[in-house]
Design a protein around this ligand. Structure first.
Ligand code: WTA
Length: 655
């Protein structure tokens, strides 16, 4: 278990509790606690009730097939199309002229799309994709920043039954190539470049590099975002605007089986190879639709802003599918939150009169650092509800969010979930739940979460254990792309094949509130983004100057966790600023800048057991300044002390 007892003690002493404000409760979509009991008594009936609120071209025959766990099938026999539920349905119900997206570019340019316009763009691009030979069941990869073409391309895939595979725009070309090869994707949608932090970031060259690494690369579609002229490769590349030229405004939507794949999203696992999380259509839409409605308490007239990047699951579920199936008006922003000034985010929130805001603890801590005077410059009185996701939120940041952004009268929903779960799993219902800073509170109605010990027995109140989900839920991952065995092994083998192991440690207090303690495997959570220690280690060892490497996550005041690398050099390589620069550059190329270690400590040896296993735990203790304790089981018991000195020397230099 993670040794976060100090944190949890601090949390448990957290006496402040916040009831839903009366005015909020009055207008809330749910204010009756009875929903928990109703869902518990008849989970299938409850999920079917949600699914019935979507549009199906053929109704399901069976809500759930759980006869071959852990392979679940939801809404068996049903036919549905995601883009129809995000677009056509609203237009038919009279929301055609309603704004779907208020988009704002970093330089200040804007673009607004109504639901009718969004549908037109989606259909044109869908027709364009078909023209490129994309067929039902194919995988299309996107390597795009926060431009409207990204959700358009995703919905276009959904319309024709192709699965999308979005790779975060800041990942390295190598990561894109790897993912495309893994899922045998031949088409890449990218752009010439984009604006970030006052600079233009070149993307086309990076996409070219990715394409060069793909075995069966076929076509590249390039969005024109910058003024310059990017070079297109003849026969392979096409501008987005040329591709959609003259295409029809409406094309028929493919009736998809409820269990057809909607998308793939790669995420870091405990080994170097990323896992392709597979989400299917009917259940995923049901889960994201339901949680958006109840957790974000959305109303017809709401303006909603999720600050996440669509390149992560948060953007898939809570920018694209959840909000659009609910017919919401959203804000989408391309750039950095401090550009041109530290109040940019609040200027946007004021301009569009945002009612519901969803962001991450790392962003909140960043805003806190900028200072409370920045939000104070703006009228944020339109805000009704605030949300957070991605990592445990420290009570200090929670309180700041509550006071400075929410003006003390907005409930905060701290939502725990994962790429794998697809939807919020542990979260307050803002009109029902009494919140406590730092706790994600209770499982969403219909979700059976528990804290288990090694044997699968539930642990008592206040005790740490493994976070588990004991019943299937509609938006659960169905498998890992091409790796059924790894799927079973990673998530369903700790106890029995019907109990999902989330990979997080957690505790439940006497009131039934869940406190997430963080990952218990070798996964880092850097600014709310998952990275595997193995991935960074293999990148380091892949560089000629490094013989061995061990990477751990150290707690970090800004990022939540930050990678720290301990490396043994090859003979002939020299420690120094040049080496650090080279290694950082190398990691950026291999994975992306997000994976750059906070410190690279050159060491003569690593703490290993006699059987040669690296004791990463000890390295974590060193980074956290904890006592080293008994090291006698190590091959060389003196190594940790030596590393500790080197680490402290290094940390003092960086500070
Ligand atoms: C962590 C992001 C505490 C957790 C949606 C989980 C959280 C991992 C919270 C999933 C939260 C996410 N409180 N920890 N509210 N939300 N996590 O797949 O460790 O990028 O397992 O999904 O983030 O990260 P992922």
């Amino acid at each position: 278990m993670p040794d976060s007892s100090a944190t949890i003690e601090a949390h448990l002493k957290e006496a402040r509790t916040f009831e839903p404000p009366e005015a909020f409760r009055q207008q809330a979509n749910v204010s009756d606690e009875g929903v928990y009991e109703r869902a518990r008594k008849d989970p299938e009936g409850y999920w079917a009730w949600w699914a019935e609120q979507l549009e199906w071209s053929k109704k399901w025959e069976r809500v759930l097939d759980w006869t071959d766990p852990p392979f679940a099938k939801w809404f068996v026999g049903g036919k549905i199309n995601a883009s129809v539920n995000c677009l056509d349905r609203h237009i038919r119900e009279g929301r055609g002229d309603k704004v779907a997206f208020h988009w704002e570019g970093e330089p200040g340019d804007t673009r607004t799309l109504t639901y009718s316009e969004l549908k037109r763009e989606v259909c044109r691009f869908a027709a364009g994709l078909k023209g490129l030979g994309v067929k039902k069941g194919d995988r299309v990869t996107m390597y795009l920043p926060m431009v409207l073409e990204l959700p358009i391309a995703m919905l276009a895939c959904a319309r024709i039954g192709a699965a999308h595979n979005v790779v975060f725009g800041g990942f390295s070309p190598k990561s894109v190539g790897e993912r495309m090869n893994d899922c045998e994707s031949r088409v890449l949608v990218t752009c010439d470049g984009y604006y970030r932090g006052g600079k233009t970031i070149e993307q086309k060259g990076r996409a070219d590099e990715a394409a060069a690494a793909v075995d069966a690369f076929d076509k590249m579609v390039v969005v024109k975002r910058l003024d310059g002229e990017a070079k297109l490769q003849e026969g392979r590349d096409v501008w987005w605007h040329d591709l959609v030229e003259g295409k029809p405004d409406d094309i028929e939507a493919e009736a998809m089986d409820a269990e057809d794949m909607l998308f793939l999203m790669y995420t870091s696992g405990t080994t170097g190879k990323p896992k392709g999380i597979v989400h299917t259509t009917g259940g995923y839409l049901t889960g994201t639709f339901a949680t958006t409605r109840w957790v974000f308490d959305t109303k017809e007239e709401d303006v909603y802003w999720c600050m996440a990047d669509i390149g992560w699951i948060t953007g898939h579920s809570y920018i694209v599918y959840g909000p659009l199936t609910n017919g919401l008006t959203q804000v989408m922003y391309e750039g950095a939150p401090m550009y041109p000034d530290k109040d940019r985010a609040w200027a946007i929130a004021e301009r569009y009169k945002v009612n519901v805001l969803y962001t991450a603890p790392t962003a909140i801590r960043g805003f806190m650092k900028f200072g409370g005077e920045h939000p104070e410059k703006h009228d944020l009185s339109s805000l009704r509800l605030l949300g957070t996701v991605g990592e445990p939120i420290n009570p200090e940041a929670w309180m700041w969010y509550h006071e400075k952004i929410g003006g003390t009268n907005c409930p905060i929903v701290d939502t725990w979930w994962q790429t794998e779960t697809g939807m919020h799993m542990i979260t307050p219902l803002p009109g029902v739940t009494t919140t406590v800073p730092g706790s994600a509170t209770k499982p969403f109605p219909g979700i059976d979460a528990a804290i288990l010990d090694e044997n699968g027995d539930e642990v008592g109140a206040g005790k740490g254990g493994f976070l588990a989900i004991r019943k299937p839920w509609p938006s659960m991952l169905r498998t890992l792309w091409g790796e059924d065995e790894r799927f079973i092994e990673t998530y369903w083998s700790k106890w029995d094949k019907k109990t999902y192991f989330a990979g997080d440690g957690a505790r439940k207090d006497k009131k039934g509130n869940f406190w997430i303690l963080g990952r218990i495997d070798d996964v880092l959570n850097v600014s709310g983004h998952r990275l595997s220690t193995m991935e960074i280690e293999s990148a380091l060892v892949g560089h000629g100057s490094v013989a061995e490497a061990a990477v751990v996550g150290a707690s970090d005041p800004d990022k939540g966790q930050a990678p720290v690398a301990f490396v043994i050099l090859e003979s002939g390589s020299k420690d120094g600023a040049d080496l650090r620069k080279t290694l950082n550059q190398h990691i950026t190329e291999e994975i992306g800048p997000i994976a750059k270690p906070r410190e690279i400590v050159v060491v003569p040896d690593l703490p290993k057991t006699r059987s040669g296993k690296i004791m990463r735990r000890l390295l974590v203790d060193i980074c956290e300044g904890r006592d080293l304790g008994d090291t006698t089981t190590l091959a060389d018991p003196d190594v940790p002390k030596e590393i500790k000195d080197l680490y402290e020397e290094r940390a003092a230099k960086t500070a």
